[in-house]
Design a protein around this ligand. Structure first.
Ligand SMILES: C[S@@+](CC[C@H](N)C(=O)[O-])C[C@H]1O[C@@H](n2cnc3c(N)ncnc32)[C@H](O)[C@@H]1O
Length: 395
C-alpha cells in the first residue's frame, strides 16, 4: 500500500522504499525494535513487525539522508524468534492498520517487551540504577478480561474509528493519514466493534460501577469523555493506587488530572476527609462534582493543573495522586506538587517515558521512586500503564 506520511521537513534524499537485510536488536519504546543497518549505511532503524534476535528484510518507511535514524517495516522474516505467532488480525501488518504493534508476538512475550521498555525508560530518563531492585524487580502484569482466555483480544471497551468517503469504518495506518478499511477490530470488545461504536452527538452520559478494595461506587461520564478503556482498569488502578498510597484516616488528598473523580472517590473512603479533584475538562468536572456529591469535604477545581496549583489551593496536602495525559505532568506541575511536601505521591502513567522524565524531576527535589507496578492494560499495542510511588527521601 502507498503511504502518505505526515508532513515533515525533508532533509536530503529520501530513502523510503529501500530494503536491507538486518539483525534485529532490542525492543525500544514506541512499538518497534532497534536495528543497525550494515555498512556503508550503519544507521539506526526502528523496525516494526519484528522481534529481538530475528533476521529480517526491512523496508524503509521514513528516512532521508540527513535523518539521524530511519523507520522501517519487517517485510520478510528470515530467522524467526520463538516468540513470533501468526497474526490474528487481517489488517495488522506492514502498511496496514496502525492501531496494534504486537499482533505478531505471543501475549506473554508482549509483556516481556513492555517490561524491558519500562525498565529502560526508568534507567535512561528516570536515572535509576539498572541494578536497583525497583528496576530489576519490575514485571508487567497480565490483566485478564473476566471470562476470556489470555489472548489479548476483545478488551477495548471504547474505540474510535475513522470513516471512508463511502461511510465504511477504517483505521489509520501507522504515522500516516492513510485510511485502512476494516470490518472488525479484534481488540474491540462487544459494543466497541465497528458496527456499534458510533457515539451520537448529544448521547447521554454513561454510568460505570467500579468495585475495588471492598467498596462500590457509580461514576457518570460523558459518552465521549475519558474513561479507562480496559474493563478491569478502573479496579486494578484504584487498588494499586490505594496499596501504594496507603491512605490514613484524616489525611488530606489531591487528585490531579482527576477525570470524573475515580481515584478521589476511593481515596476519600479511606481518609474520610478533604479530597480535592483537579481536572481541566469542563464536562468531566461537571460529572466529577456529581460523582463526589456525597462527600462533605470533597471539592472539584476546574482548570489546568498548573494554573489551579499556582493560583488556588493554598493549603497543605498529605497525599497526591496524579494521572496526567501522555505528555506527563512536567516540571511546573511536579514542582508545585513537591512544594506542598506531601507524605506520598502516586503517579499513574500511561507513558513510561513521561514517567521517567518526571521521576527525574521529583528526584531533583528529594522525592524518590520507592515502588512501581506495571499492568498490561493495552494488549497487542505497545502501551502499558504504570503506577509509581514517590516519597520524600529519608536521610
Ligand atoms: C489519563 S486521564 C485520567 C483521568 C482519571 N484519573 C481516570 O482514571 O479516570 C487524564 C485526565 O487529565 C485531564 N487533563 C488533561 N490535561 C490537563 C491539565 N493540564 N490539567 C488538568 N487536567 C488535565 C483530561 O481531561 C483527562 O480527564
Amino acid at each position: 500500500m502507498s503511504r502518505t506520511n505526515r508532513p515533515r521537513r525533508a532533509r536530503g534524499r529520501s530513502r523510503v522504499g529501500e530494503r536491507f537485510e538486518v539483525e534485529v536488536g532490542p525492543v525500544a519504546h514506541g512499538g518497534h525494535c532497534v536495528a543497525r543497518l550494515p555498512e556503508p549505511e550503519s544507521r539506526v532503524v526502528f523496525v516494526r513487525h519484528a522481534l529481538p534476535g530475528e533476521r529480517v528484510l526491512v523496508e524503509i518507511t521514513e528516512g532521508t539522508e540527513g535523518d539521524r535514524f530511519w523507520r522501517g517495516d519487517a517485510v520478510r522474516v528470515d530467522e524467526t524468534s520463538a516468540d513470533r505467532v501468526p497474526v490474528p488480525c487481517p489488517v495488522a501488518g506492514p502498511g496496514l492498520c496502525g492501531g496494534c504493534d504486537f499482533q505478531h508476538v505471543a501475549v506473554p512475550a508482549q509483556r516481556d517487551l513492555k517490561t524491558a521498555v519500562v525498565r529502560e525508560q526508568l534507567v535512561r530518563l528516570g536515572r535509576l540504577p539498572a541494578e536497583s531492585a525497583i528496576v530489576s524487580g519490575l514485571h508487567v502484569k497480565a490483566v485478564p478480561v473476566p471470562g476470556r482466555a489470555d489472548d489479548g483480544l476483545r478488551w477495548r471497551t471504547r474505540q474510535r474509528y475513522a470513516a471512508l468517503p463511502d461511510g465504511r469504518p477504517a483505521m489509520r495506518a501507522h504515522r500516516s493519514h492513510d485510511l485502512v478499511p476494516l470490518e472488525d477490530c479484534l481488540i474491540a470488545a462487544e459494543g466497541a466493534r465497528p458496527a456499534d461504536a458510533l457515539v451520537e452527538e448529544g448521547a447521554p452520559p454513561v454510568v460505570h460501577t467500579v468495585t475495588a478494595a471492598g467498596q462500590s461506587h457509580d461514576f457518570a461520564v460523558a459518552a465521549d469523555g475519558f474513561w479507562q478503556v480496559h474493563p478491569e482498569a478502573p479496579r486494578v488502578l484504584v487498588e494499586a493506587v490505594l496499596e501504594l498510597l496507603a491512605p490514613r484516616p484524616g489525611e488530606r488528598a489531591l487528585d490531579l488530572y482527576a477525570g470524573v473523580g475515580l481515584f478521589a472517590r476511593f481515596v476519600a473512603d479511606a481518609t474520610g476527609t478533604r479530597v480535592v479533584a483537579v481536572e481541566a475538562d469542563r464536562t468531566a468536572c461537571h460529572h466529577a462534582r456529581a460523582n463526589l456529591a456525597g462527600l462533605d469535604a470533597a471539592a472539584v477545581e476546574c482548570g489546568p493543573t498548573d494554573r489551579v496549583l499556582r493560583t488556588s489551593l493554598d493549603e497543605p496536602f498529605d497525599l497526591v495522586v496524579l494521572d496526567p495525559p501522555r505528555e506527563g505532568a512536567k516540571r511546573a506541575v511536579v514542582e508545585q506538587v513537591v512544594d506542598r511536601r506531601p507524605r506520598a505521591v502516586v503517579y499513574v502513567a500511561c507513558d513510561p517515558a513521561a514517567l521517567g522524565r518526571d521521576v527525574a524531576i521529583f528526584a531533583e527535589h528529594d522525592y524518590e521512586l520507592t515502588a512501581v507496578r506495571a499492568f498490561d492494560l493495552f494488549p497487542m499495542t505497545h502501551h502499558v500503564e504504570c503506577v509509581a510511588l514517590l516519597e520524600p527521601r529519608r536521610r
